[in-house]
Design a binder for this molecule. Sequence first.
Ligand SMILES: Nc1nc2c(c(=O)[nH]1)N[C@H]1C(S)=C(S)[C@@H](COP(=O)(O)OP(=O)(O)OC[C@H]3O[C@@H](n4cnc5c(=O)[nH]c(N)nc54)[C@H](O)[C@@H]3O)O[C@H]1N2
Ligand SMILES: Nc1nc2c(c(=O)[nH]1)N[C@H]1C(S)=C(S)[C@@H](COP(=O)(O)OP(=O)(O)OC[C@H]3O[C@@H](n4cnc5c(=O)[nH]c(N)nc54)[C@H](O)[C@@H]3O)O[C@H]1N2
Ligand SMILES: [Mo]
Length: 721
Amino acid sequence: MTRIRGDREDVFSHGYLCPKGSTLKQLHDDPDRLRRPLVRREGRFVEVSWDEAWAEVHRRLPPVIERHGRDAVAVYVGNPTAHHLSPAMFVRTLIQAVGTRNRFSASTVDQAPKQVAAGYMFGTAVSVPVPDLDRTDYLLVLGANPYASNGSLCTAPDFPGRLEALQARGGRLVVVDPRRSRTAEQADEWLAIRPGTDAHLLMALVHTLFEEGLAHPGDHVTAHLDGLEELRGASARFAPEAVSATVGIEAGVIRRIARELVAAPTAAVYGRIGTCTQEFGTTASWLVDAVNLLTGNLDRPGGAMFALPAAGGATTRGQRGFGPGLRIGRGRTRVRGLPEVMGEYPVVALAEEIDTPGDGAVRALITVAGNPVLSTPNSGRLDKALGQLDVMIAVDIYLNETTRHADVILPPPSVLQRPHYDLLLLQFAVRTVANYSPPVLPLDPGQPDEWEILAKLALICQGQGPEADPSVVDELALAGLVRHAVADPTGPVAGRDPDELVTALSAGGRRGPERMLDFMLRTGPYGDAFGAVPGGLSLDALLAEPHGVDLGPLQPRLPEILRTPSGRVQLAPPELIADVDRLASAMTRPQPEFVLVGRRNLRTNNSWMHNIAVLVKGKEQCTLQIHPDDAGRLGVGPGDRVLVASRVGELVAPAEVTGAIRPGVVSLPHGFGHDLDGIAMAVAQAHAGVNANVLADEEAFEPLSGNAVLNAIPVRLSRAS
Ligand SMILES: Nc1nc2c(c(=O)[nH]1)N[C@H]1C(S)=C(S)[C@@H](COP(=O)(O)OP(=O)(O)OC[C@H]3O[C@@H](n4cnc5c(=O)[nH]c(N)nc54)[C@H](O)[C@@H]3O)O[C@H]1N2
Ligand SMILES: Nc1nc2c(c(=O)[nH]1)N[C@H]1C(S)=C(S)[C@@H](COP(=O)(O)OP(=O)(O)OC[C@H]3O[C@@H](n4cnc5c(=O)[nH]c(N)nc54)[C@H](O)[C@@H]3O)O[C@H]1N2
Ligand SMILES: [Mo]
């Protein structure tokens, strides 16, 4: 391996590569990246063989289950599991094998509100409309900065290039953000919203559309629509003139934006992290799509459309047009009684489930690709709580802030040693593509793949012992998938012989995630259905197309996409309508003097790519952005140290005095704070920064999805000595 560059012939990226992608070689070569398991012995980590590591897991974990029951083991699943085939296929198996209700993930510090809103409106947690970036004439972006993040729940290589193409074809880009982000700078208009008030702004847009007679969903939607009048009623209290002081945007501007969205030939509204990780995240996420719908832009080219993923999509399976819909609250957490959401509990409850003694307390934790000590609220408390666990097992590539609490760290292979197919992210892609990349490098001798690690952990939790063969789990999981598919009367392999399908899939010794992927491709909407559709997709077909297969722009999918019990779009879900009073009452609340919001930098990836020198070199990235007026009042100059305190914690960060932020708002990126004892990431430690989540409050969560509130955190500021 000498260099990494983009593939110009790739059907989707056309060679575009993000700066982090081009550093995968450095990640692979990073001497701190774990190659062998670590076991803690007398307080110190020692490298051991895989056999020793499994023996240790077996010695430590099953006794906790025997003594305290399965709920005493919690599982936390982090962000990289969404980007790799192995965990995408095997994490669920692990969780089922542990058999615990205490499941947590990064979803509830991220996109849970968007998923809950989409579930209520359209029927599944992945029925999330994406802006049709390449064809739209007008894009309204709220709480996203794709020039740094490249977008999210909207998969589009070179998102910035696509925005510039929109402007070049005469389109308009409007950005709503308390910071003049790089995306806001590029935009035709920047609206410096007061943090946490996007739902109010969107409600005022909805109000205007109704009041001015501009609400026209279009016949293709109206035929399948419930709730228009309920939404009109709910928006009555939110005239632009009524919300203007709350959101900090003039009423006239709000009305104009509503009219522009309708007047544009096509338009799309896109809301992301800033609209999700806040007090009204689910409401804002719902209203993003309500505005898309009312302006006639839902499910039409140039508007907000549903992807049709080639593999593994929950919206491409089962009966078309109807489904069970989304329900939350099947189970509540022990301490605070927070509701289950999408099969897991809100991560704001993790620390208290460990540190609150009593029956049902969590005593063991398995983390898979997660760093909750840096990424979840009140990190200080969680950090302490992890120290109280009887046992912790981490599947991770680094000894970092979280895994330093583990008894055993099990490292998966490097990203270059693994196959890739973007199973989850292609469910939100702006174009239909299918692309498979085989591993660049072979596994090291004796190195298990990540799926084998997860499968072996599952077997040990099931009492099968450290010698158990992970391929048993693979066979069972595949058999389950196949059985399910042949039993689905509406599916492409209904009534086929499951053994015949398993035999076909296993040809050439194929196994693991790749065999499952082959199955998902072949039974997906473009699949070969095991010979029934000649020329259809399969893994072999993708292997023959190393630059990927382009299946074209997004197509309208209503009503087939729907999986609501009514078989209709629910524009006014009762759970959201019932919460509108809370939205209204927030308008009369006193405002804190300062609120904290987050941000991302181009050369970061949450908490874990700071050990790559080229990504952290240069100007300090972990700074407190503050408006010159505020800085002046506090006597703070550029680079001065500022004490930032919240209800739960405090830290000191260097000031970046900038007019590119709304007065009364300060901003820190998350994922820093690498100065804790006992970690082994030399480069990151030398660029430690501070952990913004020391300030985030675990008691502040969004009630409809359980998501953490990470933006608009009330803080007090002073100049540090
Ligand atoms: N204040 C604030 N907090 C935030 C956010 C915010 O905007 N503001 N954003 C939130 C969001 S959107 C997210 S997604 C979360 C992320 O939260 P987490 O998922 O908890 O954290 P990451 O920083 O993504 O950590 C990923 C972990 O996976 C490990 N890892 C990397 N590659 C692999 C692999 O291939 N296999 C395995 N097993 N491990 C691997 C890394 O070493 C690291 O420990 O943070 C959230 N926290
Ligand atoms: N370079 C880089 N790329 C990444 C990541 C990374 O860490 N680094 N993380 C990845 C992950 S896990 C995710 S989830 C995505 C997230 O992708 P994005 O959603 O684009 O995330 P950010 O770049 O943090 O942009 C969020 C913006 O919201 C603004 N904001 C804060 N509070 C509010 C508010 O109340 N209202 C409004 N309207 N705006 C607000 C912030 O100022 C910020 O500019 O990025 C992904 N891509
Ligand atoms: Mo995320």
